[in-house]
Design a binder for this molecule. Structure first.
Ligand SMILES: Nc1ncnc2c1ncn2[C@@H]1O[C@H](COP(=O)(O)OP(=O)(O)OP(=O)(O)O)[C@@H](O)[C@H]1O
Ligand SMILES: [Zn+2]
Ligand SMILES: [Zn+2]
Length: 748
């Protein structure tokens, strides 16, 4: 080591849990600050790592100290507070360094490691007009590529061109073969900035004047921002009360004072309206927004990330992973629809985007605004215990009325011989009425496909998934039986596969079947179905929403996933076809989910000048969540539900940790789960309540048998390390896997 060399500590992204000291030779390229992504030698290979400390007190014997190879970028890819956040995530979610960094740093950024990543193209031979015209005729795609490259001030990554222009590698290759373009493989730090927004929808937007309630909420939030302290606000506003407008005003203030913003939505693809409003509002004013979503190509992801790291954009909008954006001077974090389970990541590290957002805001002394019409019980409880501030919007914009909710008791409906199965007389009549008045309706049913099962009345056969413990769903358009858990599918048989009877029955109603029924009930209506089956076709979702807005569609039928943030003024009727689906899930949050679902879907009605109506069909009209939701009685629901939760020690009174064991052999899985429980009870000194092991509600999934235990924990950060320490010394059989899920939303 030379006297001019520096020491740093690097956390390898390579299955090692402690940082290692490295020397930085003077004159090495790239950044060596905290949060920098560096390439390091480790044993006899190289890997990536993150600089977690400048300097080191580690005593490395002379001759053993290794040099960093280089840094990948000029800017750190994580900020210092994100490094702190990573430590908290490891501890709180019992996750490895590797999994946390791989989650925090997008793979497009880490892939910079491979030199192939940057095959940069530039123009070698400038074409004159005539040559370009000839190329246009002969090979229009090539001409398009040529023009694109020629217009760029710097060489462009090949992957970016392919993604952006949707051209094949062959088109690019023929241009390089002809020596029109030249390609060089290089690890270029400065990638051409691609405007990730250019081909996206922008709605021209002007700031509206806030209502009194909105202004009061916004001023309170602004005061927190001005105070420069960490504070959490819960913006609890009824549906259609203008919560988004409050965020937008607060964001304007933050931008004007030089701060940065993270804005989280449950899923970008499902919130095109919010995204285009943000873009319209801020981009017109010249503030660049990075929209972080799954359709970005790798090149675009890399660009977007580095744009944020360099401070060229100060707003990022995205799903949960956008909370790890490397922006500095973070002043405001918005978590829209904070109650959404989609904020929880289903894979390791199983973090909750909302909770990580609050923690990051705390580390940055920023303000966190959680918004919802139906806040989670956790957040409502935190108002009482953790000094979250609450700002309420009790009225809809322009004093529009909340819709009238009709409950239909489907037990009676079944006695009515005229009632078409599963659509009540009342719903049918109101749908027709809206059709006559040229108003629009939305129907929700949280079950896609045609029917929920196929069975045989003669021998009792039920079509089950070969790999999971669930019945197969019939999908009529494709004539397939599908498993909604693992994706397994097979052609739908025309008779019983077991006894060859031809009397096959389709039980239960899915969105496809409702679409069919409604077509008969409201002849002449233009009906469109929107669920994950239609979503798989790219851009179809946007197109359907566009057609619905312009009135080309009369009735929209969808699963609840489409309910988020829809704002269509001409919708005056909303039907919830089966309110009981969510009541029957084996989950302590079943009542909460049902309440939220009812309030949210109802909230889609009556957002324009005309009043709205909601028809809720249920077999359990007296169940508390349905009754409270009908009266929009939040406090009543909260009190009743909190009492239940307290009695059983469920969240928010305790944290739940789910410990799942799975493997192909059910006896083995059960054996290890039981052995573990014995060991834990013997060795754990912390007083926690342990329940289980028992078979999981979904006992077999993707050919794996599943058993789980539940830990009821007061303080996760304190207790979990004790559990993981015992777990580290517990030897599992090779074909049994165990998974810890802290604050799980998946109970099955
Ligand atoms: N102060 C205002 N003046 C006029 N219109 C407004 C105002 N604030 C919001 N709006 C409009 O009212 C409608 C509802 O607002 P927004 O979508 O923000 O409500 P929300 O509370 O987020 O609703 P939800 O929770 O149901 O999604 C939007 O069309 C919005 O443009
Ligand atoms: Zn049969
Ligand atoms: Zn399956």
């Amino acid at each position: 080591m030379n006297s001019t060399d520096r020491l740093i500590e690097v956390m390898p992204i390579a299955g090692i849990e402690t940082p290692l000291a490295y020397a930085v030779p003077s004159g090495v390229r790239g950044c060596m600050e905290i949060g920098a992504l560096v390439r390091i030698p480790l044993q006899n290979r190289t890997c990536l790592g993150v600089v977690v400390r400048e300097g080191s007190d580690q005593k490395v014997p002379a001759g053993k100290l290794k040099y960093v190879i280089d840094g990948l970028f000029n800017e750190p890819v994580l900020t210092p507070e994100l490094i702190t956040l990573s430590k908290w995530m490891r501890r709180y979610y019992a996750a490895s360094v590797e999994s946390v960094f791989e989650t925090m740093i997008p793979s497009a950024v880490r892939q910079e490691m491979s030199p192939k990543m940057h095959r940069l193209l530039s123009v070698r031979q400038v074409l004159n007009d005539e040559e370009l015209q000839a190329l246009d005729k002969r090979a229009p795609k090539q001409a398009e590529v040529y023009r694109f490259v020629q217009q760029q001030p710097l060489p462009v990554a090949r992957g970016l061109i392919m993604g952006r222009l949707k051209v094949s590698a062959a088109s690019i290759d023929s241009l390089t073969k002809k020596n029109i373009l030249t390609e060089r493989a290089e690890r270029e730090e400065r990638v051409v900035y691609s405007d990730v927004l250019s081909n996206a929808e922008k709605v021209s937007e002007v700031a509206v004047e806030l209502t009194e309630e909105q202004a009061a909420a916004e001023e309170d939030i602004a005061a927190s921002i001005a105070a420069g302290e960490f504070r959490v606000h819960l913006l609890h506003g009824v549906t259609g009360s203008g919560k988004t407008e409050v965020y937008l005003h607060a964001m304007r203030r933050v931008l004007d004072s030089g701060g940065s913003i993270v804005y989280l939505v449950p899923e970008v693809a499902l919130t095109p309206q919010t995204v285009s409003r943000l873009r319209g509002r801020f981009e017109q004013a010249g503030d660049k927004i990075v929209v972080w979503h799954s359709h970005l190509s790798n090149g675009e992801r890399l660009d977007a990330w580095m744009t944020l790291a360099r401070g060229e954009a100060r707003v990022v909008v995205g799903a949960r992973s956008a909370i790890f954006a490397p922006i500095q001077n973070l002043r405001l974090v918005v978590v829209d629809e904070e109650h959404e389970p989609a904020y929880k990541q289903a894979e390791t590290p199983r973090y909750h985007g909302r909770d990580v957002a609050v923690y990051r805001a705390m580390l940055s002394k920023a303000v966190c605004v959680l918004g919802s019409a139906t806040p989670s019980l956790e957040s409502l409880y935190n108002i009482q215990t953790k000094n979250y501030r609450v700002n309420r919007l009790t009225k809809r914009i322009d004093d529009r009325q909340l819709p009238i909710v009709h409950l239909v008791d489907m037990r009676r409906e079944r006695l009515n011989p005229d009632g078409s199965a599963n659509i009540s007389a009342m719903l049918a009549e109101k749908l027709q009425d809206r059709q006559d008045k040229a108003e629009q309706s939305i129907l929700f049913l949280n079950r896609r496909g045609y029917s929920s099962s196929m069975n045989c009345p003669d021998c009792g056969f039920v079509a089950m998934c070969e790999h999971c413990d669930v019945m197969l769903t019939y999908h009529r358009p494709e004539q397939q039986l599908k498993c909604h858990i693992c994706g397994f599918h097979q052609p739908a048989p025309s008779g019983c596969p077991q006894c060859k009877s031809s009397k096959v029955r389709w039980r239960g109603y899915g969105t496809q079947r409702i679409e069919e029924v409604i077509g008969k009930i409201v002849p002449g209506a233009k009906i469109v179905r929107l669920d994950t089956d239609t979503m798989s076709k790219k851009n179809l979702f946007r197109k359907i929403l566009g057609d619905f807005r312009t009135g080309k569609i009369d009735i929209l039928i969808g699963t609840q996933m489409i309910a988020k943030g829809l704002d269509f003024p001409n919708v005056t009727l909303v039907g919830l076809v089966d309110a009981d689906v969510s009541l029957h899930i084996p989950d302590f949050r079943a009542a909460e989910r049902t309440f939220q679902l009812l309030v949210q879907v109802s909230g889609r009605a009556g957002r324009g000048d005309k009043a709205g109506e909601v028809v809720v069909q249920t077999l359990m009209p007296h169940s508390p969540p349905i009754q409270y939701a009908r009266q929009a009685d939040f406090d009543g629901f909260l009190d009743a539900e909190l009492e239940q939760r307290r009695e059983f020690n469920y969240p928010p009174y305790r944290h739940l940790v789910r410990h799942l064991f799975r493997g192909r052999n059910p006896e083995k899985v059960q054996f290890y789960a039981e052995q573990w429980a014995k060991k834990l009870e013997k060795e754990l000194t912390e007083p926690i309540e342990i329940r289980g092991p028992v078979a999981a509600p979904l006992e077999k999934m993707k050919d794996q048998y599943r058993f789980h235990l539940w830990y009821f924990v007061g303080n996760v950060s304190r207790t979990l390390p004790y559990i993981t320490a015992i777990r580290d010394a517990f030897k599992l059989d090779d074909d049994v896997i165990d998974v810890l899920d802290v604050d799980p939303v998946d109970m099955v």
